[in-house]
Design a protein around this ligand. Structure first.
Ligand code: BGC
Length: 708
């Protein structure tokens, strides 16, 4: 449709039709038996059938045949036959689940994220979906928050790369293209800063930290062209985001230039009443529409109040028109006026969903993300000649995808047991997966090597799954101890969607692997890592603390006026704890390989950088071991003195390279004046001349930034 046709459509619509376009209801509403809320406080959703069929979008319903039928039904009830948007959470895969985003962060490979998102879009689009509620770009520094699983972790720069790559993968160059769906960056803003890691809790972040750290990834997604954004449940600075005009109109639309559709989170408009800033649904609707929120997801605030707010003269109709126009424009960009079913196709569902290519990608992704945290030399295991005991219920559990893999086919999940039996039939492996202490101890006593699976199944992470204590779940320490008493040759494999506090378990284990929630076929890659067919290359995108008391934490902290002097032990009147170290057990960027990578000194093209003359920092990375492998080469920067305190180091570049045994790779990064920008004392985003340190691997060097 041409822009003028969209305009005349809008002009021709009644006010109640317009309000309908701004309503999103759950697909189940249209099923026989009516609607039952799936998440959140019980809703009294009082809408008439007519209002339901006026909805501009439908949530979490899927399937090509089903959605084609639903589209016909909705369009036939609309005076202007406007097609509905079908939106759903396709976070890390549709039916084929890929590793959870926190794991994908450890892959340090934006290109991989783009390919995964494209694969997810292909499956979802065939199933009739038009929009995914992804990427979740929330920065998180507190693993008590269960939703850290949906984020790439604690680093703003890495999160920004994740967010933009996901948007590119989902959307491609043109939303009308086959297999592409619109991306919705969420949750705006700082949802991941929930105090004490308790979901939905308020965030207290300074303006500078908000702009510099928390907004970076949303900004990157917007720049990449995310068609939608979602508001956050939380309040920042005591203002619920969904009712925050400065945040939405000022920062998101104004500063960042977002011109897409802004949707509330589930029932978030109504929840401004419980936050205590709206007296009733009418005021909630008023605040949200004024703040710039276009679609009301799963509350009836807009549908019951927008019309009257206009006819009572409280808001101009143009405010509603503006929101409706954005919804119509999105439908137009997706080509729905020409083809309301978009990619929905039973044949394509059959061809793409869980296809061989996606299976391979799921394995590849897990291979890139699984992170070797400790290896005293036991890994990799020889395929023959050792009796291996695999212990723990998680070794044969299919609950290893993540709670946001809502459409994933759990029947297809390959467990570690299945993967080992299928790929390594010649290995001598016994399984003790009941969780019983005697069974576990017996199997361990009889083995030359023990692999114990600990950590969290998928039910521990995701929305609302916060934990105050992120040590091993109940009963697992006892299981580990029973095994340890019987055999000390232990390889601990951890599963889960968050870093865990496991200092004692790690100490007592010969080797530790973080396998995260690896996706439908990820366990094949874990099996290959165990036997050395794959050389692990994951590096942590989120620190593993010693204990929950250290939280929140992140590597890119400020120095403080009294940083702890180097060395072990407590230092009085310095910034440290009496009882635990300041450092994490395993820091951001930590991850081992079966080979050794040696870094040369850094070579700088010049010791001085100016705005017109960027510099290049290069290293030679040598694979000094006997095994080929991949290395994520990370570049960090520190601004040694500025008008505001700057982090002790910040990631500014990543290159993942494959290096054959004995081989070398030249790795170069460009450092520009832009790389060195930050929010200065006046909240202006700029660099300041002075001295900087650059690190690549374990090497560092200084350079200066000067005015041109
Ligand atoms: C979550 C969102 C999600 C939405 C729709 C909410 O509870 O916070 O991330 O997109 O539900 O399922």
């Amino acid at each position: 449709m041409e822009k003028n046709q969209l305009k005349s459509l809008l002009t021709d619509m009644s006010l109640s039709e317009k309000a309908g376009q701004l309503l999103q209801i759950h697909g189940r509403w249209f099923l026989e038996g009516g609607y039952e809320p799936s998440t959140g406080p019980a809703l009294e959703f009082e809408i008439t059938e007519e209002q339901a069929y006026s909805a501009g979008s439908v949530l979490n319903e899927t399937g090509a045949a089903n959605l084609k039928k639903l589209q016909d039904k909705i369009m036939s009830r609309q005076p202007h036959r406007i097609p509905a948007l079908f939106m759903a959470d396709v976070i890390h895969g549709y039916k084929t689940a890929f590793p959870v985003p926190i794991a994908l962060g450890c892959g340090f490979d934006p290109g991989l994220i783009e390919r995964i998102s494209a694969a997810a879009a292909k499956e979802a689009s065939a199933a009739g979906l038009h929009v995914t509620f992804a990427p979740m770009a929330d920065l998180v520094r507190d693993p008590r928050w269960g939703r850290c699983m949906e984020s790439t972790g604690e680093d703003p720069w890495l999160n920004a790369r994740y967010a933009e790559s996901a948007v590119n993968g989902f959307q491609g160059a043109d939303l009308k293209e086959k297999g592409k769906i619109a991306a919705c960056v969420k949750h705006f803003a700082a949802y991941g800063a929930a105090e004490a890691g308790r979901d939905y809790n308020s965030a207290e972040v300074s303006e500078r930290t908000l702009f510099e750290d928390y907004l970076a990834s949303y900004r990157a997604a917007v720049k990449a062209g995310a068609a939608l954004a979602m508001t956050a449940f939380n309040a920042i600075g005591r203002i619920p985001c969904t009712a925050n005009e400065r945040l939405m109109r000022g920062i998101l639309r104004g500063d960042m230039g977002f011109d897409g559709v802004l949707i509330s989170d589930y029932n978030a408009i109504e929840e401004t009443i419980t936050h205590g800033v709206s007296v009733d649904k009418r005021e909630a609707a008023l605040k949200a529409i004024k703040a710039g929120c276009d679609i009301d997801m799963m509350s009836d605030c807009y549908i019951h109040n927008l019309e009257r707010l206009v006819t009572d003269g409280i808001i101009p109709e143009s405010l509603v028109d503006e929101a409706v126009m954005r919804v119509l424009e999105l439908k137009n960009k997706l080509g729905l006026f020409e083809n309301p079913y978009k990619g929905a196709s039973a044949e394509d569902e059959h061809e793409f969903i869980l296809c061989e290519e996606h299976k391979r990608l799921s394995r590849e992704a897990a291979a890139e993300c699984i992170t070797l945290l400790k290896n005293g030399g036991m890994l990799p295991l020889p395929i023959k000649g050792k009796k291996i005991a695999v212990i723990g219920p998680l070794a044969d559990s299919k609950e290893i995808l993540g709670t946001w893999a809502i459409f994933a086919d759990r029947g297809r999940v390959v467990t570690l047991r299945q993967a080992l039996e299928e790929l390594y039939p010649e290995a001598e492996i016994s399984f003790a997966v009941s969780g019983g202490l005697d069974e576990a101890a017996g199997a361990a006593a009889d083995a030359d090597a023990v692999i114990i699976l600990l950590g969290e199944d998928e039910s521990f992470t995701g929305e609302s799954r916060s934990r105050a204590d992120i040590s091993l779940p109940e009963g697992q320490k006892e299981l580990f101890d029973a095994v340890y008493r019987a055999n000390k040759k232990i390889i601990t494999v951890l599963l889960g969607g968050r870093p865990l506090a496991i200092p004692e378990t790690a100490e007592k284990s010969e080797a530790v692997i973080m396998a995260w929630l690896p996706g439908t076929y990820g366990m094949y890659s874990l099996a290959d890592i165990i036997f050395g067919k794959i050389n692990p290359s994951g590096k942590l995108s989120m620190s593993f603390p010693y204990c929950s008391g250290q939280l929140p934490m992140s590597y890119n902290a400020l120095n403080t006026g009294r940083p702890k002097p180097k060395g072990d032990g407590f230092n009085l009147y310095f910034s440290n704890y009496l009882d635990v170290p300041n450092e994490p057990l395993y820091p951001f960027g930590h991850g081992l390989s079966y080979t050794e990578f040696e870094y040369s000194d850094i070579r700088l093209s010049s010791g001085v950088l100016t705005a017109g003359k960027p510099l290049t920092a290069s290293v030679t990375v040598r694979n000094a071991g006997k095994t080929a492998g991949k290395e994520s080469v990370l570049l960090y920067i520190r601004d040694l003195k500025a008008s505001v305190a700057r982090p002790i180091r910040e990631l500014r570049g990543v290159k993942k390279v494959f290096i054959p045994a004995g081989g070398e790779a030249e790795v170069s990064f460009e450092i520009t004046e832009e790389t060195l920008r930050f929010y200065d004392i006046n909240m202006e985003y700029k660099s300041e001349p002075g001295e900087f340190t650059v690190w690549i691997g374990d090497k560092d060097m200084n350079f200066s930034l000067r005015d041109d």
